[in-house]
Design a protein around this ligand. Structure first.
Ligand code: DX5
Ligand code: ZN
Length: 222
């Protein structure tokens, strides 16, 4: 697929989500952060808002569920219109069953790891997924600083993807800016979530194109 940019609506104006989606028409995905104030110490939005947003935009929704009990709630986000649904492995009871259910319903299945969660215990699970999300900040808030300690994990994940010959997207989320995106590309990421960097820019679409070009230029020769 190459490089993809998924602006996070967490940094958008929540009173005008449909209009905010139009400001990022060059996005490959719209990243929607769902927080329940249990898995993370913050509360954002849920199913009714995702359902309304899906009707208001033609950009596919990339729902990032920072919630407890995703086994119970994640399938509802496919019904609400999300094309990609990412649950956190730390919160899931039966990640294999859940990933299969999301795929069966026609969505891309994503699994997220907090900064302190290793990829190695989940090597055998990778073929069940369409996307692996390596968080590059502690989930919960936008505008935090990128954690460099996550770079080796991105690299090891990319090596596991290659080892198994998988078509698995590798997403990074948190502190992605013009200053940090190249290190992530070099480590092996290919889907970039950016909240503040895109929505706080004067021209969000121009920032998306600029991040995309910067990432493409940093791609290692394969
Ligand atoms: C944080 C969220 C991110 C957040 C990123 O828990 O998962 O998607 O919006 O925001 P920035 O890009 O500002 O770090
Ligand atoms: Zn996110």
């Amino acid at each position: 697929m190459g490089i993809q940019i998924s602006p996070s609506m967490l940094a958008a104006d929540f009173a005008n989500l449909a209009a905010e989606a139009e400001r990022v028409s060059h996005a490959d995905w719209l990243h929607v952060d769902v927080m329940d104030n249990h898995f993370v110490p913050n509360l954002t939005l849920g199913l009714p808002v995702v359902e309304a947003l899906a009707k208001a935009t033609s950009i596919p929704l990339d729902c990032h569920l920072m919630i407890e009990n995703p086994d119970r709630w994640a399938p509802g986000y496919v019904e609400a219109g999300a094309q990609s649904v990412t649950f956190h492995v730390e919160a899931a009871t039966a990640p294999v069953r859940l990933a299969r259910e999301l795929r069966r319903m026609g969505a891309r299945a994503g699994m997220g790891l907090r900064p302190a969660t290793s990829i190695e215990p989940y090597e055998d699970l990778l073929p069940e997924l369409d996307m692996l999300l390596v968080m590059t900040v502690e989930p919960g808030f936008g505008g935090q600083s990128f954690l460099e300690m996550c770079l080796p994990k991105i690299k090891r994940t990319r090596e596991l993807i290659a080892k198994h010959g998988l078509d698995l997207w590798l997403q990074v989320d948190g502190g992605i800016t013009p200053d940090t995106i190249e290190q992530c590309v070099q480590a092996g990421a290919d889907v970039f979530v950016a909240g503040s960097a895109v929505y706080k820019a004067d021209d969000p679409d121009a920032m998306i194109e600029s991040l995309r070009k910067q990432a493409e230029a940093a791609l290692p020769p394969r």
